[in-house]
Design a protein around this ligand. Sequence first.
Ligand code: MN
Length: 750
Amino acid sequence: MDIAHERYTQLVKHIPASTSMADMERIRAAFEYANAHHGDQLRKSGEPYIIHPIAVAEIVNELELDPDSIIAALLHDCLEDTDATYDEIAHLFGQQVANLVDGVSKLTRIQYTSKEDEQMENLRKMFMAMARDVRVILIKLCDRLHNMRTLQYQSTPKQKEKALETMEIYAPIAHRLGMQKIKWELEDLSLQYLDPVAYDEVEKELEELTSAHAEFLSSMQKRIEKRLAEEGIQCQVYGRVKHIYSIYRKMYAQNKTIKEIFDLYAFRVIVSDIPTCYNVLGCIHDMFNPVLGRFKDYIGTPKPNGYQSLHTTVIGREGIPFEVQIRTWEMHQTAEYGVAAHWKYKQGMANRQLGSEQEFEWVRKLLESQQDADPDEFVHTLRVDMFADEVFVFTPNGDVKSLPAGATPIDFAYSIHSAVGNHMTGARVNGRLVTFDTPLTNGDIVEIITSRSAKGPSRDWMKICKSNEARNKIRQWFKKERREENIATGRTMFESELKHAGLTLAAVTASAEVLDTLLKQLRFGSLDELYAAIGYGGMSAQKAAGRIKEELTRQGRLERQRAEQEALQAAAAAAGEAIFPASAKAPQPTAQGKTASGIIVEGLDNCMVKFSKCCTPVPGDPVVGFITRGYGVSIHRQDCPNADPARRKPDERGRWVKVAWADTADTAYRTSLDISAKDRDGLALDIATVLSAQKVKVNNLSARSQPDGYAVVFLELSVKDRAEITAVVNKLSQIPGVFLVRRAGSQTSN
Ligand code: MN
């Protein structure tokens, strides 16, 4: 048997016995297929290449993933390194396996170069976004783990490069997925190549300490086991030393010596259930002195990636601190294998895509719960799970750009620099020329072809692009580069919008006042600037026209008020001391003199008029006007006590003016009546009946009984003129019991 088959036999031995014969057969077929395709390819170590996929399949199997994952692990380098095709793999091993292999190959194709933190986070996001199926990430992590385990055969620059990549991309992803065991191994292997001197130093010091403390540690373990057995607790106790990278980080980041690190040693006590965890904790604290502030209840409050355990640090009699971690078997699985452990527990659910509901939910929660790690990171990770609205692509230099989903080469170009977008003449995606509206997909390498003589963006680009950044930059370009054109376009648009509103441009530009106010309101220095803004889309023509209309209306109103005010003042001055003779001929209505109020004020056109509340005059009533201060002319009946010439104040005499009724056929005037009657049942009803028969509009009717057996009824009516109100008064007077009907403000009955 050759070495390939030997290694394969080893793998098979560890595959769970529960695996079906059919699956075992598929696994064997995958091995034979990969073995045949890799042929006599060799690894740097000199071994046949097939040893690597077998080793990856072994690690996948250790994670207890499903048979499809083991098959995909065996085939994972076939697409990239041999003449095998996706279709052939799909045909032989099924679509699921082909997709897994394809997914791993895509991740393999990503070229990483070390970047700033933000770039790294984008890379991690792209990595996860591209994977789709969480198994792709898991297989890729196993692949990387084996490559790191055999990194000694690579050249020094290659070692550094892979180690850095592992530290920056793979270990954080393993951490995020809760896979501590793989994470630690990846970190330790990376450190070995990134800082070999420090690695050796820590390793050596640790070895010295551990061998010095070996006896102590084994006696501690025995004491713990003995005590817990006495308490009747079923458990498994493991002693362990922290992994090198975590010690290294503590020593260098916190500037501590190895002896100052409290949790160099740890014991793990694994029990069957949660209450037992707390019982064990009680025993431990009873046996040793706990170090203050070192107890952590990660069962009550799990760590961001789902990790659960009780942690406490205690000091033995020898003065050596050590940590005790207490957890259940299930917590242990999750701690070691993270998302993979979850996978195992959920076995039996078909088609567990990363995007599918349950799986997605779990990963999403995992990512979400990392919020306490770092608020910035939380925002980033939270967006990772919303793969749907982001797409990650590469620049030709290997920088990652994050763009909105559906983004096009236009978005990409403007995300690099507005000058790149403005001078863009073509685009290549993965080396192929594409149209500007081609949607980009995760992992695409995008190259923009520019030319100095490019004509600049077209307005259509604003509709094609998906990012606000691109849209704004295109708008900016139009704003700057096409001023003349924008002014012309803007002017046309504005004019047509004005026309729509029933205005002309001439009417707007004629009034400097209107124009100034408009420009000030919209914050433009000149009309051209306004046109330009409308032209490039920074201002809507509709809005500008709307403002104009409002402004014209406002100015019109001001104009009228000013004219009235002036006229009133002039009239008051002209009237002087003169009292309007009662015999004087009332002014005749003229076309201009006709007012909305139905009153003509002598010598005044279009003045404001109001009817006094005290006597509520209606057309036909002899009336007189009084020029008030600021409220126009107040109209009184001549028989109103307030208009009585005998009671007029001497200094106000000049303000009494002659007025007359104009032709006011269609207007209704409010007036009021007081009725005095003997109180009786049905009085109000009789009054209402009369008013109804007279077809008078009643605005208000209130009746009040007096203690002396009389009633007072107050009426507010709308009538056309004096004739109508006189008729109403006559009819009301005929109602039995009514003895007085009078117009408000009158001293006598009409
Ligand atoms: Mn590989």
